[in-house]
Design a protein around this ligand. Structure first.
Ligand SMILES: Nc1nc2c(ncn2[C@@H]2O[C@H](COP(=O)(O)OP(=O)(O)OP(=O)(O)O)[C@@H](O)[C@H]2O)c(=O)[nH]1
Ligand SMILES: [Mg+2]
Length: 284
């Protein structure tokens, strides 16, 4: 299954970000804690060249706590200023202000020496679709100023948001990159809902998820399915279809509907807190 999604509006969004990069002091990259590698757009690194960088590991409520701690330590060891948040509940969001201020400390000092006082820090919020950029901004601002939604491509244009006297934020649309380096990246992005489901073979994706869960999260899968997860992903999806009453015309099993239910449950954290990428895999 080779997934690739790079519609024209992403090219446009990238251009808008390049045009506005001069106006900002810091780049805040929101990533999904369940896939900290796949959810980083390599084009952002080029865009952010020379800027102060902050990484926000968002949706930690959906990820494995042990793995999340390791990922936070990993990014810190790479020299990033890191925060970990649940933007939906607001947990960890307030601490991001301190992370930004710490990251910009030298710059603020330099400004002060040049007589520039009380100039707010300007930050561009960037990230792939659906990672929670707009939700993060709303939570940070303490009010709903940016539009959010449970599908990729909700934010269309740019939007400046004045947070407080210290910080101004620029919300941007989620962007992917033109070619993923491997099949797994596309699958991970599709699993967390950053790829438009219309271009995905939904049953194939459900098989991939069942395969992953059968390996690393067998107990979680057993609990979710209510039975021993023995058998191929095809058999597991059929059994799940029976369990959830997914029946098509002529009494055949509606595995497509079952796949949608399964993926919805994974994305909503109903199968458990599951991280799809291991920090050990990237260490040499
Ligand atoms: N569980 C959980 N859900 C979150 C979190 N942050 C955001 N969400 C949900 O994720 C979905 C996407 O959020 P948005 O803020 O619209 O994401 P975005 O990155 O702005 O998306 P685009 O504008 O489409 O690129 C929404 O359904 C949010 O409620 C979080 O920390 N935890
Ligand atoms: Mg948005």
């Amino acid at each position: 299954m080779n997934i690739q999604w790079y519609p024209g509006h992403m090219t446009k969004a990238m251009r808008m970000m390049q045009e506005n990069i001069k106006l900002v002091d810091v780049i805040i990259e929101i990533i999904d804690t369940r896939i900290p590698v796949s959810s980083r757009n390599p084009d952002i690194a080029k865009l952010a060249n020379g800027k102060i960088r902050v990484i926000v590991l968002n949706k930690f409520d959906l990820a494995d706590d042990v793995a999340s701690k390791k990922w936070k330590a990993y990014f810190e060891s790479e020299g990033y200023n890191v925060a970990i948040t649940n933007s939906k509940s607001g947990k960890g969001v307030r601490a991001v202000n301190d992370v930004i201020m710490k990251a910009c400390h030298e710059k603020i000092e330099r400004d002060r020496k040049r007589g520039i006082i009380n100039r707010p820090v300007r930050a561009m919020i960037v990230g792939i679709p659906n990672v929670g950029k707009s939700t993060f901004i709303n939570s940070f601002a303490g009010k709903a100023c940016a539009k959010t939604g449970d599908k990729p491509g909700v934010t269309k244009g740019k939007q400046w948001i004045k947070l407080n006297k210290n910080v101004e934020l620029l919300d941007t649309p989620g962007v992917l990159w033109p070619k993923f380096e491997d099949e797994k990246t596309g699958i991970n992005l599709a699993l967390i809902g950053s790829i438009n489901d219309d271009i995905i073979q939904i049953e194939e994706l459900a098989y991939k998820l069942l395969e992953i869960l059968s390996g690393s999260y067998k107990d979680r899968l057993k609990e979710y399915l209510g039975s021993e997860p023995d058998g191929s992903p095809y058999e597991l999806l059929e059994r799940f279809a029976v369990k959830r009453g997914c029946i098509a015309k002529g009494d055949s099993l509606d595995t497509n509907r079952a796949a949608i239910l399964l993926l919805d449950d994974y994305r909503a954290g109903k199968i458990g807190r599951i991280t799809l990428e291991d920090v050990e895999d990237i260490k040499d």
